[in-house]
Design a protein around this ligand. Structure first.
Ligand SMILES: Cc1cc2nc3c(=O)[nH]c(=O)nc-3n(C[C@H](O)[C@H](O)[C@H](O)COP(=O)(O)OP(=O)(O)OC[C@H]3O[C@@H](n4cnc5c(N)ncnc54)[C@H](O)[C@@H]3O)c2cc1C
Length: 415
């Protein structure tokens, strides 16, 4: 029997790659270190660029059973409570990009991908296998765990997340903390004040901190994420957080959001990391995918979407050169490096814009107030209009604006 393509990591990226490769007809084996799939993780946005692929893979209808479709992004000045502008999403985004922008809990998206994976007879999922290392041969790759259990495959895809073991074997670059911590809690929509209960993503910007909230669980709950600047360091996704450490960061905020924050219990927190784009992503029959290849700061809400796009391009390249997998993997990397580096950069810039202080903050707010809402959405064309096959009109139009978006904070998506 043909050796499978091995995928280390059964997160959003690993499962997406598994589904995409299996649908393209290749035997695949996903090796996940955990014994069970984690329920952890906040709500994550799945932009139209990723929803289009989930539709193609027959996963989107599963996603829609849990997802919320926010009407737009309301952007507030947190110190005064002023609503500066609203980026239309909902039907506007769906009409413009052909697929909706949805919010879903990470664990629910993982469950949908798993459900799809289980229907693929050529896809095996092995839990409790923590890859410790691998041996690369001319015609295969052999992986092993700490107990000496070995598996052989035609190629190895490192989808093992932010603290990737496989990345360390191809590059010495490691993620670094960015001096920001994300705090998360959730509340029943029925218990939230009006502005927070509305079916919108809300972003409240202030110097040195911001707040994001969005509907999850088909609108029944709201996830609240507060991001502050500090030196806390934790390598996981959910340490307990004491509100007494969080609330002082918002002492000068408008009373309306602050009063809501003061009522919220059960915070968890995690450290935010970033990594400069790296090259190469792999060698021979080994490559990386998702956070292992290009950790993305969360401010553009594209971490999962980039992993899903990676998976689609990987499957496309393997389908084109099934008998020369090293060449297929290098072509995949070449097609993904520029795009993911741009998203990494844009996410970083957006995080800076949210926390502007002084005159820069006033200038940002003035620009935001006078923008037409649809023009704010149009600034995401390069992101949401991207297709993994032929360039869409939106992404083609963007080609001439590439330097503009990458070149200055003034031109990032929000302003
Ligand atoms: C438990 C968890 C909670 C998260 N919560 C959030 C959140 O609240 N907000 C947010 O923005 N992002 C969150 N993320 C990250 C987000 O899912 C990713 O940024 C994005 O989906 C890209 O996914 P990925 O598959 O590349 O990486 P990940 O989602 O991190 O998946 C990596 C997978 O690889 C597995 N793995 C790691 N090392 C090995 C190994 N040596 N052998 C085998 N398997 C291995 C991990 O267990 C994990 O399942 C979370 C990730 C995890 C794992």
């Amino acid at each position: 029997m043909t050796d499978p393509i091995l995928i280390a990591g059964g997160g959003i990226g690993g499962l997406s790659a598994g589904v995409a490769l299996a649908r393209a007809g290749f035997p695949v084996c996903v090796l996940e270190q955990s014994d069970t799939f984690s329920e952890m993780g906040a709500g994550i946005q799945v932009g139209p660029n990723a929803m289009r692929l989930l539709e193609e893979w027959g996963v989107a209808h599963l996603v829609m059973a849990y997802a919320s479709v926010p009407e737009g992004i309301r952007v507030y000045e947190a110190l005064t409570g002023e609503l500066l502008n609203t980026v239309p999403l909902g039907s506007s985004a769906e009409a413009r990009y052909g697929s909706p922008n949805v919010v879903i809990r990470r664990a629910q998206l993982q469950k949908c991908l798993l459900e799809s994976a289980w229907t693929q007879s050529n896809l095996e999922i092995v839990t409790g296998f923590r890859l410790k290392g691998y041996e690369s041969h001319e015609d295969c790759v052999e992986v092993f765990d700490a107990f000496g259990t070995r598996r052989r495959g035609r190629a190895l895809i490192g989808a093992d997340g932010l603290q990737s073991t496989i990345r360390a074997t191809v590059h010495d670059r490691q993620p670094e903390t960015i001096g920001k911590t994300a705090w998360r809690t959730s509340v029943r929509t029925a218990d939230a004040p009006e502005t927070f209960a509305d079916p919108y993503i809300g972003i409240w910007m202030a110097p040195y901190g911001h707040l994001v909230h969005y509907p999850v669980d088909a609108g029944n709950e709201i996830d609240i994420i507060a991001v502050i600047e500090d030196t806390y360091h934790f390598d996981g996704w959910g340490a307990d957080g004491d509100p007494d450490d969080l609330l002082p960061h918002f002492y000068n905020w408008d009373r309306y959001p602050l009063a809501f924050l003061e009522e919220l219990p059960d915070w968890t927190k995690w450290t935010l990391f970033a990594m400069k784009p790296m090259d190469p992503w792999g060698r021979g029959r080994v490559t990386l995918l998702g956070d292992a290849a290009h950790p993305v700061q969360p401010f553009l809400a594209q971490g999962s979407a980039m992993a899903i796009e990676d998976a689609a391009v990987l499957a496309d390249e393997v389908r084109k050169s099934p008998s020369d997998l090293p060449a297929a993997l290098r072509s995949y990397e070449q097609r993904r490096m520029r795009r993911t580096a741009r998203v990494q950069d844009a996410s970083h810039r957006l995080g800076q814009i949210y926390h502007l202080a002084g005159v820069a903050r006033l200038a940002r707010d003035a620009v935001l107030r006078r923008r037409k809402p649809m023009s704010l959405l149009a600034r995401y064309d390069w992101l949401y209009g991207y297709t993994t096959t032929a360039p869409s009109p939106a992404s083609t139009a963007d080609a001439g604006r590439g330097d503009e978006v990458e070149g200055s904070t003034r031109t990032s998506a929000i302003t």
